[in-house]
Design a protein. Structure first.
Length: 101
């Protein structure tokens, strides 16, 4: 079985552009937490918006953390166009290669 390092995987994902890739990861949250999920994805969110837009009045939003600061990846699931944010540390396979953490 071939392997890939975590840093090589992250570089390949961020440089993938329009090419989809296959991930297998362990779900960390929700009712299916702990289960292995496989998905074909693109890098990036499906509908990026500026959610840091200024609010009216004295309401202020707290600063948002980036996905890498949260140890997650923003991905768009192929076909469904839904957002996936798996934890980087929970990814076990990338395009059929075992990820070494």
């Amino acid at each position: 079985m071939s392997t890939i390092s975590k840093s090589e995987m992250l570089a390949a994902i961020t440089e993938s552009g329009e090419r989809p890739f296959r991930l297998r990861f362990v779900k960390a949250t929700g009712k299916n937490a702990g289960q292995i999920r496989e998905a074909v994805c693109y890098y990036g969110a499906p509908n990026p918006k500026d959610r840091q837009a200024p609010t009216t009045g004295e309401q202020r939003r707290k600063p948002r953390t980036s996905h890498l600061e949260s140890n997650t990846l923003p991905l768009t699931e192929f076909g469904k166009r839904t957002l996936l944010t798996p934890f980087i540390s929970h990814i076990i396979y990338f395009n059929g290669k075992k990820v070494i953490h």
